[in-house]
Design a protein around this ligand. Structure first.
Ligand code: ZN
Length: 185
């Protein structure tokens, strides 16, 4: 594969940056050759909610209308915005994608995807309204009985992960424990 070595310019002064390890750091960063500004590049946070009914027997899923995962089912989730809390982000995504109001019960799982530098944080939330509907990035919103989940049509591995954990916890007396895909604590 041809790897193009793109030049990167300083966001502060527009000069070229170079890859160097700043003093006291332990890895290379893009550092401005002129003003010395260090461009830190860190993982993206994706925040979402696993929306369940009052009796914990059904889960609301959204059918995606865009790629990746077009036509497959997911939970309301998306990139956290600047100047936003995790909790507000989770509730915003539920509202934007499914017109869904949720009461957040707990932070339910983390899912680290190391090779693409993404971290998924998922809250367990109770559905508060009945007029949920397909909104942004969504073609259909549907409540699924937990015994009839569309396992072959789940959009992302992070979603399959949290659904499996939910089913397992549900069978285990509805004790919803915290989970991590990387290292269970
Ligand atoms: Zn600069």
């Amino acid at each position: 594969t041809n790897k193009i070595d793109l030049k990167m310019y300083c966001i502060k002064c527009g000069s070229l940056t170079i890859k160097v390890c700043p003093e006291g750091d332990n890895r290379e960063r893009d550092v401005c050759n002129s003003c010395g500004y260090i461009h830190y590049n860190n993982p993206k946070i994706i925040v979402g909610v696993l929306p369940v009914t009052e009796n914990f027997e059904s889960i609301l899923l959204c059918k995606r209308s865009i790629d990746p995962g077009n036509g497959k089912w997911t939970i309301p989730s998306g990139f956290m915005e600047l100047k936003e809390s995790l909790e507000d982000g989770a509730q915003r995504e539920a509202k934007e994608e499914a017109n869904l109001e949720v009461k957040l019960l707990k932070l339910y799982s983390t899912y680290s995807i190391i090779n693409i530098d993404q971290v998924y944080l998922t809250y367990l939330g109770k559905i508060l309204n009945s007029d949920y509907a397909a909104m942004d990035e969504t073609s259909e919103v549907k409540l699924f009985d937990i015994n009839k989940l569309p396992w072959d049509e789940i959009a992302f591995s992070s979603v399959s992960f949290i659904l499996k954990k939910y089913i397992s916890d549900h069978e285990d007396g509805k004790t919803f424990k915290f989970h991590s895909n990387y290292r269970e604590l």
